[in-house]
Design a protein around this ligand. Structure first.
Ligand SMILES: NC(=O)c1ccc[n+]([C@@H]2O[C@H](COP(=O)([O-])OP(=O)(O)OC[C@H]3O[C@@H](n4cnc5c(N)ncnc54)[C@H](O)[C@@H]3O)[C@@H](O)[C@H]2O)c1
Ligand SMILES: O=C(O)[C@H](O)COP(=O)(O)O
Length: 634
């Protein structure tokens, strides 16, 4: 078969907007358009797609996972499950709850899947069991390590953290394994803030120590003289949800409140009459310091010998955030030297801390066993919040509390849904046009849109293009969580370009074009003059279409598989190829011809429901006017 040189121009063969002509099986010829009435409904119904051996291939699950077909209306809705996790579970996914969770949340989970509550699992036991579960729900006591994700063998799709802090979950590992992590960020805020205030006030008045003293039969009124709060300066370190609630309550106690938070908005603080100050100013001027930042590599041990030495002598410290933000040995030294007069701690580097912990045993320290979130109300709220997030994630919804994936508002998702499907299909088609399939390193995606750049979130689209490019040629599973990671691992660089067009911004996108550089194509006509394998697609009436191959305009709806043929443009070609497919019982859904000029080169794009057998493709290849052809498996 001769290989044609790339064409530099395309001459529109029809009056359709992109110049492609659609064809129809009754071969009726309309002015400017040959139409081909397909035997299947043009709206996607059930995309049963087979591999070349005729068995349902991975592509069938891709389609069914991404598309939920509303047969009654003929509309396609996005099931984002495929964006994040394989849907390998049966009708009842299995959910492991490894720490105490409120009953209301358990009920939500039981309504959806099989729930096993196995509290107090050792790390080994968790690793042994995890591969039987689709979801894991934890609080702060379960360490979800890389080994846990490895042991899950790809089954674990979502980890739900029933609370705020996700420092007990190895996020990079979760992302690499394509496992979504969601948390319940709001339901325990008030509980934590109330506990912070409880520790602040009880520390100031020696409540815990004097209680213990009385229970030991003593009456030590002079020993337990406290300090007043009114007029004292409280530094809130971390002015987020809990920090700002603590600030609000402390103001009610008559305290002067300042805060340090490098990321907090000054106007939010100002609205509460709280001054946002530098770290040093906060710790140097405060009488009380309350910690409310997350534990991150930056905040680890941020309270240490050096920072304690800068504090006002006699400062009092409250920690309901995370133990690791304080160097505990340094705090003991600061307490012994009197720089820190008292500390009230709910959280510890190691939980539970050792019985011999000098910090826990220190007479100027009040401790509680990580009780910040432990109110009935907070636990019910957290349980419902996390149960709904986990069920949503297993159902394929994009979560509003995703920690390691973009949070996409539902309205954006529903608007982008058909483009997300188009993006994946274009990725799948493009990579199949590469000679040899693999080795793609550089892909440029061009989005044409009438929308402002910041009014179009392309992360979903990029993830699905990545999925489309990588999955047909590797065993990797790609979803929204791990798309960028897998691309990087495979050495695939995807650059994106936005072209703003003068059109109605009502639809988010006009077209998506995928260009693969520096690769030979098995279909030479897909290569543009500047040497890229290039295809373009659009969404028409909610259905993804392939609209350009190389420099040829075509128009084929991407509902089944596609055959691309380049031929000398001459009468009878559509009938000839249509007949071959018909004789071999291959159902044609769509045909379109794009050509450079009448009786010159033309590309025929044929949508077929079934994957043609080798003999069918051989027969097509034997048609003398056909110069090259390729079968593309969607
Ligand atoms: N003890 C408990 O039971 C309990 C309960 C709830 C929350 N927490 C912990 O409290 C902390 C805060 O929770 P939240 O819900 O308010 O979270 P949040 O994300 O709403 O607030 C955290 C704030 O810390 C700020 N921050 C980040 N780095 C900082 C830094 N280096 N210095 C100062 N501020 C910094 C962030 O900008 C953010 O505003 C978390 O560590 C959480 O795990 C503990
Ligand atoms: O980060 C949190 O939400 C709190 O520390 C609560 O942790 P817990 O769920 O283990 O009580």
């Amino acid at each position: 078969m001769a290989s044609a040189t790339p064409h530099s121009s395309s001459i529109k063969a029809s009056a359709s907007p992109n110049g492609a002509s659609s064809t129809n099986s009754n071969f009726s010829k309309k002015p400017n358009q040959i139409s081909f009435t397909s035997s299947i409904n043009p709206t996607p119904i059930s995309a049963k797609i087979c591999n070349s051996n005729g068995s349902p291939g991975r592509s069938s699950s891709v389609i069914s996972n991404v598309l939920k077909i509303a047969e009654s209306t003929g509309t396609a809705a996005l099931d984002a499950t495929d964006l994040r996790a394989p849907t390998s579970y049966g009708p009842r996914p299995k959910i492991l709850v490894s720490e105490k969770l409120g009953e209301a949340g358990l009920q939500v989970l039981r309504g959806f899947g099989e729930v096993e509550c196995l509290y107090n699992l050792s790390p080994e036991e968790l690793r042994e069991k995890i591969s039987s579960f689709d979801a894991l729900i934890v609080r702060s006591g379960t360490k979800v390590t890389r080994q846990v994700f490895e042991a899950a063998k790809g089954r674990l799709k979502v980890v739900g953290r029933a609370g705020v802090g996700i420092d007990n979950v190895d996020l990079p590992a979760a992302t690499e394994f394509g496992c979504l992590v969601v948390n319940a960020p709001t339901a325990n805020t008030v509980a934590a803030a109330e506990h912070g205030i409880a520790l602040l006030t009880s520390m100031a008045r020696n409540v815990a120590q004097s209680d213990a003293s009385m229970k030991a039969g003593k009456w030590e009124r002079n020993k337990y003289v406290g300090v007043s709060l009114v007029g004292k300066t409280l530094a809130v370190m971390g002015f987020g949800k809990v920090g700002s609630e603590v600030a609000r309550r402390a103001k009610g106690l008559g305290m002067h409140v300042i805060a340090h938070d490098p990321y907090a908005a000054a106007d939010r603080a100002r609205a509460m009459s709280v001054d946002l100050v530098s770290f040093d100013e906060a710790i140097c001027t405060a009488d009380f310091i309350s910690l409310h930042m997350p534990l991150t590599p930056t905040t680890k041990n941020v309270f240490n010998d050096h920072t304690f030495s800068k504090m006002k002598k006699g400062v009092r410290i409250i920690n309901v955030a995370r133990g690791g933000v304080i160097d505990e040995d340094a705090l003991v030294r600061a307490l012994d030297s009197g720089v820190v007069a008292q500390a009230a701690l709910d959280v510890f580097v190691e939980e539970p801390p050792s019985k011999e912990s000098k910090l826990v045993q220190h007479h100027n320290v009040t401790v509680t066993p990580h009780l910040g979130a432990s109110t009935k109300e907070a636990q019910e709220g957290v349980a419902i919040e996390i149960a709904e997030a986990v069920v949503g994630a297993l159902n394929g919804e994009l979560s509003a509390t995703a920690v390691n994936a973009p949070m996409v508002p539902p309205e954006v998702l529903s608007e982008l849904a058909p483009y997300v499907i188009l993006a994946e299909k274009l990725g799948r088609l493009a990579v199949q046009l590469v000679a040899g399939g693999g080795g793609v390193q550089s892909v440029k995606v061009v989005y044409r849109s009438a929308r402002d750049t910041d009014d179009l979130d392309t992360r979903l689209l990029r993830a699905m293009i990545t999925k489309g490019i990588i999955e047909p040629i590797s065993s990797s599973f790609v979803n929204l969580v791990n798309a960028d990671h897998v691309a990087k691992q495979k050495g695939l660089r995807i650059s994106e370009e936005r072209v703003t067009i003068d059109s109605s911004p009502e639809s988010p996108l006009d077209s998506i074009q995928i260009n693969i550089s520096n690769m030979d194509s098995k279909f030479a006509s897909a290569v543009t003059e500047d040497g890229h394998i290039s295809i373009e697609g659009r969404v028409k009436d909610g259905v993804p279409h392939l609209t350009c191959v190389g420099t040829f305009d075509v128009d084929v709806s991407l509902e089944g598989n596609v055959i691309l043929c380049r031929q000398v443009d001459q009468p009878g070609m559509i009938g000839l190829v249509g007949n071959i497919l018909g004789q071999h019982n291959v159902n044609v859904s769509f045909m379109s011809v794009g050509r450079t000029a009448p009786r010159k080169k033309a590309i025929m794009a044929i949508g077929v429901d079934e994957a043609p057998r080798k003999e069918t493709l051989d027969d097509i290849g034997n048609v003398p006017a056909i110069e090259e052809f390729v079968f593309l498996d969607l």
